[in-house]
Design a protein around this ligand. Structure first.
Ligand code: APR
Length: 229
C-alpha cells in the first residue's frame, strides 16, 4: 500500500516545539509579515535572523516523540511504501528514524545564500555580518526556509506521491497554508482514501475519516492498527 503523509506543527508539538495558530502559537507572538516574508527580511534582516536563531536553538534541543517514531516504524514496514511530506522545518522525523522525508518548507538546520543560491548545513546562529562560504558575499545569508510568497521545495516529488498514493494522511496541520492545504483534494481526486489525524479538525470535507486527539496517542494507535500489530 502506498501512503502519502502530510505533517504539520502538531506532530512536533509534544516535543515542545510550538505550533503557529493554536493559543499562544508563534503567529500570536510575532507578526509573520515581519519575520517570515522576503519583504520582512529585506526590511530588517537582523530581526529575521534572530527569530530563526531562536527557533533553531529550540529545534536543536527537541527530541523526537512517539508519533515521529511510529511513522518511522510504518516507513520501515515492508507492507507499505511511505512518503512523509512535512511542512515542519525541524529534524524530528529524521531523529525518530524517518528516511523518506520531504521538507517542502525547508530546514532550520540549513542556511541559504540569497545571492548565489548556495545551501549548506548550519546548526549555530546566523549573522548578517557573515559571508556566504561559496560566493563570499556579505549580507545575503538567510535560513533555508520557504517564506510566505515563496515557492515550496520538492513540489514535483511531493505531488507525484500524492497523486499515486492509495491513502493520504494529514497529521497535525490546520490546513490553512497552500499548496499543502490543497494536497488532500489532489489525493481525493486521484482516488485515494483520505484520513485526518489532528487535535482539532481542520474542517476540510475532503477527508473521508477524521480522528481527533494528541499525535503521540492517535498516530501511534493508527500506525499499530494499519500494520496489524
Ligand atoms: N497533536 C496533534 N495535533 C496537534 C497537537 C498535538 N499534540 N497540538 C496541536 N495540534 C494541531 C492543531 O490542532 C492544528 O490543527 O496542529 C495544527 C497546528 O496548526 P498550525 O499551527 O497552523 O501549524 P501548521 O498547520 O503546521 O502550519 C502550516 O504555516 O506558518 C506556516 O510555514 C508555516 O509550516 C507552517 C504552515
Amino acid at each position: 500500500m502506498r501512503i502519502a503523509i502530510l505533517t504539520g506543527a502538531g506532530v512536533s508539538a509534544e516535543s515542545g516545539l510550538g505550533t503557529f495558530r493554536d493559543k499562544d502559537g508563534l503567529w500570536t507572538q510575532y507578526d509573520l509579515s515581519e519575520v517570515a516574508t522576503p519583504q520582512g527580511y529585506a526590511r530588517n534582516p537582523d530581526k529575521v535572523l534572530d527569530f530563526y536563531n531562536m527557533r533553531r536553538r529550540n529545534a536543536a534541543g527537541a527530541i523526537a516523540n512517539e508519533a515521529h517514531r511510529a511513522l518511522a516504524r510504518l516507513e520501515n514496514d515492508a507492507q507499505f511504501d511511505v512518503a512523509v511530506i512535512t511542512q515542519n522545518i525541524d529534524d524530528l522525523h529524521e531523529q525518530g528514524g524517518g528516511r523518506n522525508v520531504l521538507h517542502i518548507h525547508g530546514s532550520i538546520f540549513e542556511a541559504l545564500c540569497s545571492g548565489c543560491g548556495h545551501v549548506w548545513p548550519r546548526r549555530d546562529d546566523l549573522s548578517t555580518a557573515e559571508a556566504c562560504p561559496a560566493c563570499t558575499t556579505i549580507g545575503t545569508v538567510r535560513p533555508n526556509i520557504v517564506w510566505f510568497g515563496e515557492i515550496p521545495y520538492l513540489m514535483p516529488e511531493a505531488t507525484a506521491y500524492i497523486e499515486e498514493c492509495d491513502l493520504f494522511v494529514s497529521i497535525g496541520t490546520s490546513g490553512t497554508v497552500y499548496p499543502a492545504a490543497g494536497f488532500v483534494e489532489i489525493a481525493k481526486g486521484a482516488g485515494a482514501q483520505t484520513l485526518e489525524l489532528n487535535l482539532e479538525a481542520s474542517g476540510n470535507r475532503a477527508f473521508d475519516t477524521v480522528r481527533l486527539g494528541a499525535a503521540t496517542e492517535i498516530v501511534v494507535d493508527w500506525v499499530a492498527e494499519i500494520r496489524g500489530v
